[in-house]
Ligand binder design. Structure first.
Ligand code: ATP
Length: 256
């Protein structure tokens, strides 16, 4: 049985219908990527699933019950956005402690997580003294701090250089493989989706629905810049030409 059941009949902003008859399900432990062109509704969908926006027709269930009910605390949920959203007046360590609730263990847990993401040397550093990549590492550690069952990630590694992004992707996979939350990872980069995910959900042109639910036929570790991912991407576009018109811009190296 699926742990997460998403059924969005319709989501509008005013007159504009953003999502329509968009449905999918997933199990705890899976890693799903959501891909689609800019402005199609990926963040909107994550916001519905995360309970940040409750104005839509449809339902979102976790283990057969509504994920959000008025007055009830949600399932353990982690979120990571494009911007690290760290508290500038708190050290890296205290940014993690902030989301933990057990004073007896929070210091040790926060320290262990920061070490795991390679920031053991920067526990007491302020966010403005950390590079963009290091700030994302703190945000990644914070997202895992609550041991989420469901982790929503909205283009968390966008606009990082490739080596920094690759190190963060590696850290993410290590943490995911250890804790096995269900990850929903939004990206507009198909290679990133294919390098990370078990399944890639392609969103159609607006109003968005799921155009293709694709299981990635490749063992890990995978290399985002490797020839196997490039070949898989080519194969996908050859088999599903509708993805190019509906879901994605052509890959960088394809003819205009
Ligand atoms: N609060 C809002 N009010 C009105 N329209 C909105 C609001 N938020 C988003 N939209 C519109 O909904 C559509 C989907 O936006 P959304 O941010 O979900 O797209 P996206 O696929 O995440 O884009 P990107 O990849 O550029 O982040 C866009 O046309 C956007 O302008």
């Amino acid at each position: 049985m699926a742990d997460l059941e998403v059924r969005v009949h319709e989501k509008r902003f005013g007159e504009a219908i953003i999502l329509r008859e968009l449905a999918f399900s997933a199990r705890r432990g899976e890693f799903l990527a959501l891909v689609g062109p800019s402005g199609v509704g990926k963040s909107t969908l994550l916001n519905l699933i995360g309970g940040l926006d409750t104005h839509f027709e449809g339902s979102i269930h976790w283990n057969g019950a509504p994920l959000y009910r008025r007055g009830q605390s949600p399932e353990r949920l982690g979120m990571m956005f494009q911007e690290p959203r760290l508290m500038p007046w708190l050290s890296a360590l205290d940014n993690i402690r902030l989301v933990l609730t057990d004073p007896a263990t929070e210091g040790a847990r926060a320290r262990a997580l920061l070490r795991e993401v390679g920031l053991g040397h920067a526990l007491d550093t302020w966010p403005n003294q950390l590079s963009g990549g290091m700030q994302r590492r703190v945000a990644l550690a914070r997202a895992f701090a609550v041991a989420p069952r469901l982790l929503l990630m909205d283009e968390p590694f966008v606009s990082l250089d490739m080596p920094t992004g690759n190190r963060l992707r590696e850290s993410l996979l290590e943490l995911w493989q250890r804790d096995r939350p269900l990850v929903l990872f939004v990206t507009h980069d198909l290679r990133e989706a294919l390098a990370l995910a078990d399944r890639v959900l392609f969103l159609s042109a607006p109003p968005a629905r799921i155009l293709l639910d694709y299981r990635v036929p490749m063992e890990r570790p995978r290399h985002l810049e490797g020839s196997a991912i490039a070949a898989l991407q080519e194969q996908l576009f050859a088999r599903h030409p509708d993805l190019l018109s509906g879901a994605l811009e052509p890959p960088d190296d394809s003819p205009p």
